[in-house]
Structure formats: C-alpha cells, structure tokens
Design a binder for this molecule. Sequence first.
Ligand SMILES: Cc1cc2nc3c(=O)[nH]c(=O)nc-3n(C[C@H](O)[C@H](O)[C@H](O)COP(=O)(O)O)c2cc1C
Length: 205
Amino acid sequence: MRVLLINGSPHAKGNTSIALAEVAKILEQEGIETVIVGIGVQPVRGCVACGSCRKNNTTCAFSDALYDHLLEILKEGVDGLVVGSPVYYAGPNGSLCALLDRLFYSAGTMLAYKPAAAVAVCRRGGASATFDRLNKYFTINNMPVVPSQYWNSVHGAAAGEALEDLEGLQTMRTLARNMAWMLRDLQAKHIPMGEDKKIKTSFVR
Ligand SMILES: Cc1cc2nc3c(=O)[nH]c(=O)nc-3n(C[C@H](O)[C@H](O)[C@H](O)COP(=O)(O)O)c2cc1C
C-alpha cells in the first residue's frame, strides 16, 4: 500500500514538511510506503475551465512538471492521500489550490474511494478554515476522510517551530495510525465501486 503526501508549502524544509514527515514516519512504521511531493516555488497554473480534460478524457491542457509528476504517481497507483498546506490568510496556499483544482477536475477518478486527510499548518489562526477548504476536495470525490484526535493542525511560525507543537505532532501520528487502520479495513472489505449514473443539476435542472 502506498500513500501520497502533497506538501503545499513553497518551503521544502518548513513546518508543513515537519507535520507531513510525522505522518509519513508512522505510516512507514505501519508498513505503508509513502511518497512526499512538494509543490515548490515554480508558478502553478490554475484551472481555466477549458474543459479539455473532460472532452477528451485526457489530462489537463496545461502540462507542467509538478502536475505531470503527480499524475504519473496516480497512474502508478496510490491507496491514500494526505494534503498539507501552510495557512495563508486563513486559507490554503493559493498555488496548492490551483494545482488541486486541476488535478481533481482532470484526474479525480483516480483518487475516488481512497482515504484522505488534510493538514493545516499555521502560526496562530485560520487552521480550521484551511482544513475545511481542503476537505472539500475529498468529500466531493467519494473519498473517506481520515479522522484524528483533533482537527489536523500544527502550529509554528518560523521554519522548525512546528517541532515544539507536541499536541499537533501527536495529532499527526494519530492521523497516520487511523489512516493505516482505514486502509487495511477498506482493503479487506472490498468497497463497492458501483455508482448510479451521475445526475448533475444546477439546483433543479
Ligand atoms: C502570505 C502568508 C500568509 C499567512 N497567513 C497566515 C494566517 O492567516 N494565519 C496564521 O496563523 N499564519 C499565517 N501565515 C504563517 C504561516 O502559515 C506559517 O509561518 C507556517 O508555519 C508556514 O509553513 P511552512 O513553513 O511549511 O511554509 C502566513 C504566512 C504567509 C507567508
């Protein structure tokens, strides 16, 4: 089993990476492979609603190294997803949302039914709103949300300070154990993939 962890911070060695490393450490101890991909500092295009991914049943019209790399990982197969983001103005990093909009819109089917979790990392406020925003990607896409002992937030301002948030790091470890439990349980139960033909309305029509 393999879990993809996306670090939505431009800092490869910042607080979000500390939070995700804590999750990955426990997953690995539980015998689950982990792949961590950072979004880095390159510009990330957002979705322009061109519909080409839908029309041609292909990938996003914009090909960039980050998107292509993630798509390749999804094609190889992942069993779970963790998305971590620093909190910027009480929401996730805009570049991360730009990436996730494109990834979920074009390749969301590859993630459906996989347990997922969001992690918000901040100095002081906005973790809860960020957590909610990121969970929206999962809950519109048939992805069971993995719980923990608290809403998944880790606190720290300067890089490295997250190591001092002992409750936050414990929340990460609990999250990882719950994900391992859900992955094993869901695999054992062979979850039904059957779906009704999807009904899509703008309110009523
Ligand atoms: C543009 C920007 C906006 C921020 N907004 C918030 C905020 O709303 N609330 C907060 O507590 N911290 C805020 N922060 C602080 C970061 O969330 C915090 O430093 C976090 O640990 C950074 O994670 P990283 O080291 O993984 O990049 C902001 C930082 C930046 C650069």
